[in-house]
Design a protein around this ligand. Structure first.
Ligand code: FAD
Ligand code: EPU
Length: 283
């Protein structure tokens, strides 16, 4: 394991400070750096926080402990030229994507622009039409029922924005296998992904709110329904892309939740069931 014994750091925080949407109430945050910290933190009901980029947390916060993996699980600096490597789940994906490009390693280009940490990207099987995390994922280490366990990727039922873990499992590390490539070729693929993301809004959000229905784009359907610009308080359906719900500044979680429900009911009236991609906490 990463470091010698380091007690969990425990404090009460506003989860709005830990989510990209910048909404969410209080919780007890347990930041853990080793096995003992994980054991202590998981002794009571808990949730696991990654980069907070796919979460809508209620204004009342959550009653459970919120566990976040600390620096000992961040291997971004250690990521070198090895094409097959174990990486800590707190490693930020944007740094990995950049380092892989410099090292001439291909496989992560499709994840450009996903502001996750590795554990959250594994849990969601994050991706774009240019590639998903599952393309490179070989194996994961999880902490579950008080012990570490390794699971091969083919046990995780990985599919579009989906991975299945034993209940309560915390992804602590993941083994990714990249392929050797010319750094310029990797850079060109990154440019293509960047180009496809150009139309996405830059304002506070948690990415696409809804999963795409098979063969279609939720954003396109929301656009077609004329819902861009629909607003509840400071929560708004983005003009740039219909599947992005933005916090224009002072949105509450209730505003965002209400807006989601309005979008879903408008689409339901047109015969489309939209399923949330975001994870809801405390509702
Ligand atoms: P969080 O949001 O913190 O958590 C998400 C879920 O994963 C929660 O259920 C949480 O409990 C669980 N989880 C987190 N860490 C762990 C762990 N270590 N062990 C077990 N469970 C864990 N997503 C895409 O797929 N494609 C995109 O193109 C994309 N673009 C985005 C653009 C923007 C601007 C933003 C804000 C978000 C975007 N997203 C995109 C959404 C988001 O980045 C992904 O869903 C990402 O995988 C979430 O990772 P996270 O680390 O932020 O996880
Ligand atoms: N479109 C519209 N209006 C809109 C949005 C999209 O007409 O408001 C049209 C586009 O013109 C295009 C089609 O719909 O013809 C698809 O749009 P886009 O390329 O933006 O892809 P998407 O399916 O809407 C998906 C992912 C994004 C990912 C992009 C890029 C989902 C739910 N969304 O969006 O992922 O970044 O592809 O590959 O799968 C996320 O999951 O959070 C996310 C941002």
């Amino acid at each position: 394991m990463p470091v010698d014994s380091a007690p969990a750091k425990v404090r009460t925080v506003a989860l709005s400070d830990f989510t990209t949407l910048k909404v969410g109430g209080p919780a007890e945050l347990w930041e853990v750096d080793d096995e003992q910290g994980l054991k202590d933190a998981t002794s009571e009901p808990y949730r696991v926080l990654g980069g907070g980029s796919n979460l809508l947390v209620s204004d009342a916060g959550v009653a459970e402990r919120v566990i976040r993996l600390g620096r000992a699980f961040n291997d971004v600096r250690a990521f070198g030229e090895r094409h097959d490597a174990w990486l800590g789940a707190a490693t930020p994906l944007p740094g990995l994507v950049r380092r892989a490009q410099r090292a001439g390693l291909s496989g992560l280009e499709g994840l450009l622009g996903v502001p996750a940490v590795l554990g959250g990207a594994v849990a969601m099987n994050a991706g774009t039409r240019f590639g998903e995390l599952s393309d490179t994922l070989q194996e994961v280490e999880v902490f579950v029922d008080g012990a570490f366990e390794r699971l091969p990727a083919d046990r995780l039922e990985l599919s579009y924005r989906r991975a299945v873990f034993p209940p309560g499992a915390i992804v602590t590390r993941a083994r990714l296998r990249l392929t050797r490539s010319d750094p310029d070729a990797v850079a060109r693929r990154l440019e293509a992904v960047d180009g496809a993301r150009k139309g996405q809004p830059k304002v506070k959000s948690a990415g696409c709110a809804f999963q795409n229905p098979a063969g279609d784009s939720a954003g396109r359907l929301i656009d077609e329904a004329g819902l861009k610009g629909l607003r509840v308080g400071d929560a708004m359906v983005a003009h740039e892309h219909g599947n992005f719900i933005l916090n224009l500044g002072a949105a509450t979680a209730t505003d965002v939740r209400t807006l989601i429900a309005e979008v879903q009911s408008s689409l339901a009236a047109r015969g489309v069931e939209l399923e949330l991609e975001w994870r809801l906490w405390g509702f």
